[in-house]
Design a binder for this molecule. Sequence first.
Ligand code: PLP
Length: 455
Amino acid sequence: MEELNGIFIPGNQPYSRHWFSICKLATYQNAIMISRRKFVRNATVLPSLLSHPPDWKMRSNLPLKPSGDVTLDEDFWHQIKMAYTVSPTLVNLNNGGVCPQPKVVQDAVERYNQLSNETPSYYMWRILDKGRESIREKLAGISGCSSDELAINRNASEALETVIFGLRLSKGDEVVLTRQDYPNMINAWKQREHRDGIILKWIDLDLPSEDANAITQSYVDAFSDATKVVHITHVINWMGQIIPARRIADAARERNIEVLIDGAHSFAHLDYQIPDLAGDYFGTSLHKWLCAPFGSGMLWVRKEKIRNLYPLFGSPAPEEDNIRKFEHLGTRSFAIEQGIGQAVDFHQMIGPERKFKRLHYLKNYWMQQLADVSGIEFLTSQDPEFGGAIGFFGVKNMDPDQIGEQLLNEYNIHVVPIKWEHFSGIRVTPNVYTLTTDLDRFVNAIRLIASKTSR
Ligand SMILES: Cc1ncc(COP(=O)(O)O)c(C=O)c1O
């Protein structure tokens, strides 16, 4: 037994302190609920407490880096699973679209929503709205940047389209992007092409690839004197390829080309900080790998670039260098924004290095178990430099839709069949709550499906 702050917790595993922090957080949640009315009587106190629970200092002293390697420790990950409310019967292997929230996040949203509904204009605009600055600070903490560079919004599409539509581009200016980028972003760039006469220079990446030089070179080959922007999708959503964003950004910077990074699938998944990528603009959803409330996202703009970027929603001072000019959304869900705070705490409790190692391990686990299945083809690298949690495969002579349907109807396993550009197959995306026993179920199902087809 270990004693922490006078409370005994079982075991002396390296993670028991982290697990304790979940319980601590939950206790805090209950305490704040019970005494909510007492709190709201003092409206000046509540905003500062919204995202900084009373034990903030104590928790921030906990190690955020792994104190022991728990990658293979199923007991640890089982405890993480129990902090979610995921279905005990349907195995969800589509965490590539959107991720579930830990219970502590769901409860927070519910609580802030109920508070809002007591008197919306009072609690939302006078109380909860003040909590946004603390959320900004917390997000800056895990992003490794200044809070003055982060705007909170609703998703990656909104963040990235703010940049795509806000950049000062003129007829003839070139933008380099790939056919493997995300459709919303491609459509936004096409709209600019249509309206403003900019020129889109398309790259068709040969993926999967474990050649960072070759990938970088494909972008560089597309650069010209007219190139003003390069659009980089850090993790390609179709099959999980990690793109060497830093190398491409460095090559772009040498040529005075601005760099926009789509981090929808890399943020809180890969272990990095936003400035490491050397971009100028970065957008991500928070409802993917951060497991924050549905409909939460974030835009990072390098400080010196803020002034020249127009906001998507009109602001009283569109040319000021205040990041908050990108937040003139009108009425939105304050409960969702505030719930981001609990998601950041949960993410820090696991720790980014530990999280990436586990996610990468899970992907390789099922891929390696299926390697001997006849006709199987993998389109994702097992090297951590080129692939994380997302894995993609096809089986010769089998339609991905049929595989997806059989997995769901016969084995209660949810995946996503994809047919896009050159890719046709099944995308499999585990998360921190996925156990190897869940993957064993999936592996057995694929073996059975493939063996029936080859008969
Ligand atoms: C690479 C990439 N970019 C952007 C998005 C858009 O994210 P959202 O729907 O949260 O705006 C997605 C969504 O899956 C994505 O995979």
